[in-house]
Design a protein around this ligand. Structure first.
Ligand code: MN
Length: 504
């Protein structure tokens, strides 16, 4: 990606003044990265420019695009956050700071990676907690996508590691934000690097099936199109081909490709919700539906907010076809997800639509609702307020750091002993005090988000009964109780040994 290509892309989307600011940001970043090269041998600046291009394509606001251009400067060049704030404002600085913090925190987590099985989950939480402005996560996704697109220049070991992390963390994150297109891109690239043999095999299988069914499918498509025109329902129809990775996963579950009915789905996009149900009726008039495969994701959206009607029918010729029916707004949202909410003149997703769509989210996905609301507020206001987008997504959890920089997440209200028991119960057992952010703290200190903790130990220290009121997590309580039992048991045994045994 070159500067003039990016400027051209930006001109199609943003106002002139914004493009000028982008232009300036590119010059600043180019100067800062001067002399640095990517693994491909290209000048480093090609990477931030590609990241920015992704963000423009996804419909992000200009602050995010500028932050994308500058995203690696604070970590890798002499440019400071203060200079960014002076030149581009507080919001851009906040975003760049968030992106930098995520990658710094990541290096702290590396040690943790090797022995904590729940790390994947932790990483997602971390990304969200550190990047409290959701745009930080979207910039990280743009960054990761370009890194995946240029992964061929890395060593095979690095390729596998990065691809694995992309598949386990970044693709699901994109899914949670309902950024369907990005999720598929990340999955396909990861799969290709993780399992090139299976990727190729599955792709060939998919391609040959698609070729075979395409001609028959075109006949169905024409018939449906004519019928909908007769009914005066304005619509577009296109085919959506299943992704290689999702076919691979499904084959793993189902076993036989003949039992998979949605290799190609016909997607019908209409004006409004009423038309969606009308189309469903028309299809069921024309063809025999498979009743257990009718899904109403409009009345009951998927957890990430996805909406559509799905139905699978059998044609008189015995062909099985899946249809997906949705409105333009639903289609837009399914493809671009949350990023689309930031588009500066995005009008299609009304707040009422959003509210209705999100009203039925299960409790643990409430954060999506909060996030959407914040995005909507930001969109409605003339300016973005940083406060609007700072979300307490994980209000009930705090993140603390070990002296080595490892990250632990604990429930809100945890004590230093909870941390110590999480690290190791032997360490906790010998605790005599705690240094928190270089200050001595007592056992009843309540940990705060971002605290750095060191456990001070003493060989003769022992777990005490009154510690039970100084731990909050069930894990620490269990460990402490069993230590106390062992200790007391020990005393009882000694006591018992001191009593002379009586013989009968
Ligand atoms: Mn980067």
């Amino acid at each position: 990606m070159k500067k003039d290509e990016l400027i051209k892309l930006a001109k199609n989307t943003y106002a002139e003044a914004d493009v000028l600011e982008l232009d300036f940001a590119i010059d600043v970043a180019t100067k800062a990265h001067q002399g640095q090269k990517r693994k491909s041998g290209e000048p480093y600046i090609t990477h931030p420019l590609a990241v920015a291009a992704n963000l423009i394509t996804w419909g992000m606001d200009t602050d995010s695009v500028i932050a994308g251009i500058l995203h690696d400067t604070v970590e890798d060049t002499d440019l400071t956050l203060a200079e960014i704030e002076t030149n581009f404002g507080a919001d851009v600085a906040l975003l760049v700071d968030g992106v930098t913090k995520v990658s710094q925190a990541r290096s702290g987590m590396r040690i943790l990676d090797s022995y904590l099985p729940q790390t994947k989950d932790n990483l997602s939480k971390l990304l969200i907690a550190v990047g409290q402005d959701i745009r930080v996560i979207i910039i990280k996704l743009a960054d990761r996508l370009h890194n995946m697109q240029t992964l061929q220049y890395k060593s095979p070991a690095k390729q596998k590691k990065i691809a694995q992390e992309t598949l386990e963390v970044f693709a699901p994150l994109a899914d949670r934000l309902n950024m369907g297109r990005v999720r598929v891109q990340l999955e396909e690239l990861s799969f290709k690097y993780l399992n090139p043999h299976e990727y190729l095999k599955t792709k060939q299988l998919l391609d040959s099936r698609v070729r075979k069914s395409n001609r028959k499918l075109n006949a169905v498509r024409r018939a449906v199109g004519n019928k909908l025109n007769d009914e005066k329902i304005s619509h577009t129809i296109d085919g959506r081909i299943k992704s290689v990775y999702s076919l691979y996963k499904k084959l793993d579950r189902v076993g036989n490709i003949d039992d998979i009915y949605d290799l190609i789905a016909l997607r019908i996009v209409v004006e409004d919700v009423e038309d969606c149900y009308l189309v469903l009726g028309v299809l069921h008039d024309m063809y025999q539906p498979m009743f257990d495969r009718i899904k109403d994701y409009i009345a009951k959206p998927k957890a990430n907010g996805y909406q559509s009607l799905h139905t699978t029918v059998t044609t008189p010729q015995g062909q099985i076809v899946e249809f997906q029916i949705r409105t333009h707004a639903m289609h837009e949202y399914a493809e671009r997800g949350l990023a689309a909410s930031f588009y500066f003149n995005e009008q299609k997703l009304t707040d009422a639509y959003r509210e209705k769509q999100l009203a039925e989210l299960p409790g643990d996905l409430r954060w999506i609702h909060d996030l959407q609301t914040a995005a909507a507020h930001a969109r409605a206001g003339k300016t973005y307020s940083a406060e609007d987008l700072k979300l307490g997504l994980f209000e009930d959890r705090i993140f603390v750091f070990s002296p080595k920089g490892d990250i632990y997440d604990l429930p809100f209200g945890s004590y230093p002993l909870d941390y110590a028991y999480r690290v190791h119960s032997d360490l906790a057992a010998r605790a005599s005090g705690f240094m928190v952010n270089s200050t001595m703290r007592s056992f009843d200190y309540v940990l705060q988000h971002g605290d750095h903790i060191e456990v001070l130990t003493n060989k003769s220290a022992k777990p005490k009964q009154d510690w039970l009121s100084l731990v909050k997590t069930p894990h620490a309580k269990d460990k402490l109780k069993s230590q106390l039992r062992r200790q007391n048991g020990g005393i009882l045994r000694q006591f018992a040994a001191a009593i002379p045994r009586r013989k009968k």
